[in-house]
Design a protein around this ligand. Structure first.
Ligand code: G6P
Length: 629
């Protein structure tokens, strides 16, 4: 996820920008850069890869940087265009320089218009275009702030920008409209802007979090705020962030679990960077590693896993079968190891385990290896037993997960298996066709799918930041259902594994009885349990299965259950049928919906656990790593 820092004041700007960007590294990025005023002129230094590359660009030019007291910096997570130096921010357009976080949805139209007016964008990014809009507006006589405001009105999509111009040196103008932005007065005189409070806390504890639709202007005198649409001045009051050491460990969140739920966008970014080679143009180039060969040559795949990892494996089956047309089995390790299982010749056995230490999963890997089958591991822990014993290993890069209930390790496992599915689809030249019986599902190409996957971290962040009201809706449902007897989570297709995971999370941390069920199975028994004391969480996003799931909703509604529906933002019919409505943003491909649904069910269990007063991070009777059978 991109990170932004801006500074103007008396201190050395480069130092503040680089330190600030370092504090935003946790968000995940693949290129970085800074822009700053030196003797009234704007200088830009940027590079693909890590911040150290930018630091190196500064070596030996200290006289140029010593008098820099105003600048902006950026870490980029590539969405539009490869992670190259050319695509890195800041972007320059004449006397204007910009950094951007988020997505400009109508960038193709804007680009075509700018080119027709004679501009020559140099990068593949959507971001760069904004600089040209500001440049044009200033050339027409607008001052920087007005130019930023009027240019922003052309953009569709949620994003934030920070802009400077040589025409108005010593001024940093930011807009928040989606991606978060914080600002603060520098007690020594001046102002700091950043994507979150972390780069600011070293200088002051008083931080102002911008609202959507705020413009902030930083100068040596401090900060001023304006309304994006009207330009009217705004009063914004700071919060004192008195973070204890414990809170800093938890990043200001009350629980590790909540922090880890919010870390999912960055964890996905890091996982994607670890598994794929994004500098190559081929749509799904996995980084060259032995595991990729094992996947490619597998005639059949058998996943073995436990708990949440088993749910991620189940999604893997659905995705790999759909995209790559390879047969996939999903096995509970504790069952598989004591059965007499038959594996097809050429089968690949994949052990999935966030800890890499789960006894049952390891036992299966050892056993099938002895029988001559190739094994692959997927784990979050480098050096774990699974990583040492499987023939080859893939890592998720979720970082340490302290909360016992798996959250970010789950979504990163999901991402890994989705990337495998896309990779295998390309390798096996599998046709992209509509699944049987679902003519409405328009398959997108693997190239487009990859493009959409790259946007997922942004979209999950948007859901969690709550501008669309998903979290508010979850919180309200939890409050009103806190005394309900029990829950069913139902879904079909890609939603089914998420229904299982939603129910597991609720049991684990809120100690509430919950069952995940394939929606079509409900009538074969469990419907006998349904009455007005039960809640049914219906996962019915806009996908091939939506209408069938809604029929199942009607069956339980008729029997008095309270309905919590999770579905497409504009699905008015589903909304009308539900007692509690949780809107999900649309996706270009239905296979990506599980990521957003996961955020919703994780938050539902978290909110219910809070209301129940359980120990969210250390639920009773559970262990993070289960090394006994
Ligand atoms: C334990 C954890 C679960 C996890 C399961 C499998 O029960 O509490 O969160 O899903 O083990 O763990 P693994 O490390 O193999 O993914």
């Amino acid at each position: 996820m991109c990170g932004i820092v801006g500074y103007v004041g008396k201190r050395p700007a480069i130092d503040i920008l680089l330190k600030g960007l370092k504090r935003l590294e946790y968000r995940g990025y693949d290129s970085a850069g800074v822009a700053f005023f030196s003797r009234g002129k704007l200088e830009v230094r940027k590079s693909q890869g890590k911040l150290e590359n930018v630091e190196r660009l500064m070596d030996g030019s200290s006289e140029l940087f010593a008098d820099a007291h105003c600048g902006i910096g950026h870490t980029r997570w590539a969405t539009h265009g490869k992670p190259t130096t050319q695509n890195a921010h800041p972007h320059r357009a004449g006397h204007v320089v910009i950094v951007h976080n988020g997505i400009i949805e109508n960038y193709q139209e804007i680009k075509a218009e700018l080119i027709s007016r004679g501009h020559k964008p140099e990068s593949e990014t959507d971001s760069e275009l904004f600089g040209f809009l500001v440049l044009e507006a200033m050339e027409k006589g607008q001052d920087l702030v007005t130019a930023v405001r009027t240019s922003f009105a052309h953009l569709e999509g949620a994003c934030s920008v920070v802009v400077m111009s040589e025409r108005e040196p010593g001024k940093v103008v930011g807009v928040r409209n989606g991606s978060p932005m914080a600002a603060a007065f520098d007690p020594q005189g001046g102002a700091i802007l950043a994507s979150d409070a972390q780069p600011i806390l070293e200088y002051t504890k008083e931080v102002i979090f911008l609202e959507n639709g705020d413009v902030v202007v930083g100068t040596e005198k401090g900060l001023a705020f304006f309304d994006l649409k009207t330009g009217a001045p705004l009063d914004r009051v700071g919060e004192i962030l008195d973070w204890s050491v414990d809170k800093i460990d938890k990043g200001g969140f009350p629980h590790f679990m909540l922090k880890e739920i919010h870390e999912q966008p960055a964890a996905l970014v890091d996982t994607l960077n670890g598994i794929m080679d994004r500098v190559k143009t081929n749509p799904f180039p996995l980084a060259a590693q032995p595991g990729a060969d094992l996947l490619r040559t597998a005639k059949e795949i058998t996943f073995v896993a436990c708990g949440t990892s088993w749910h991620a494996a189940l999604l893997g089956k659905y995705w790999i079968e759909r995209f790559a047309r390879i047969p996939v089995n999903v096995e509970l390790a504790s069952e598989f190891r004591y059965r007499d299982p038959v594996l097809a010749p050429g089968a690949l056995v994949i052990g999935m385990s966030q800890s890499g230490e789960t006894a049952d999963t390891l036992a299966v890997i050892r056993d099938v290896k002895k029988r001559g089958f190739k094994t692959l591991g997927l784990t979050n822990v480098r050096g774990s037993t699974l990583s040492r014993e499987a023939d080859a290993i893939f890592y998720t890069s979720a970082g340490p997960e302290i909360g016992v209930a798996a959250t970010k390790t789950f979504t990163t496992q999901m991402l890994a298996v989705l990337l495998w599915a896309g990779y295998l689809g390309i390798e096996h030249k599998a046709p992209r066709t509509s699944p049987a019986g679902t003519p409405n599902a328009k398959p997108i190409s693997f190239e487009e799918l990859f493009h959409e996957i790259v946007k997922l971290p942004h979209q999950i962040k948007e859901c969690l930041d709550d501008p669309q009201g998903m979290i508010t809706a979850v919180r309200s449902a939890a409050k009103q259902l806190q005394n309900i007897k029990g829950f069913f989570f139902i879904g079909r297709g890609f939603s089914y594994p998420i229904a299982l995971e939603g129910a597991l999370k609720l049991k684990e941390i809120a100690y509430v009885h919950a069952e995940g069920y394939a929606a079509g199975e409900l009538k074969h028994g469990p419907i006998a349990m349904i009455d007005q004391d039960m809640a049914v969480v219906v996962l019915a996003p806009q996908d091939s299965w939506r209408d069938k799931t809604v029929s199942n909703l009607e069956e339980v509604k008729a029997r008095g259950a309270k309905i919590v529906a999770i579905g497409g933002t504009h699905d008015q019919n589903l909304k009308n049928l539900s007692d509690f409505w949780i809107p999900l943003p649309a996706q270009k491909d239905e296979s990506l919906l599980p990521f957003l649904m996961t955020a919703a069910v994780q938050m539902l269990s978290y909110e219910l656990a809070l209301l129940k007063g359980t120990d969210v991070d250390k639920p009773r009777n559970l262990a993070k790593s289960v090394t006994v059978e």
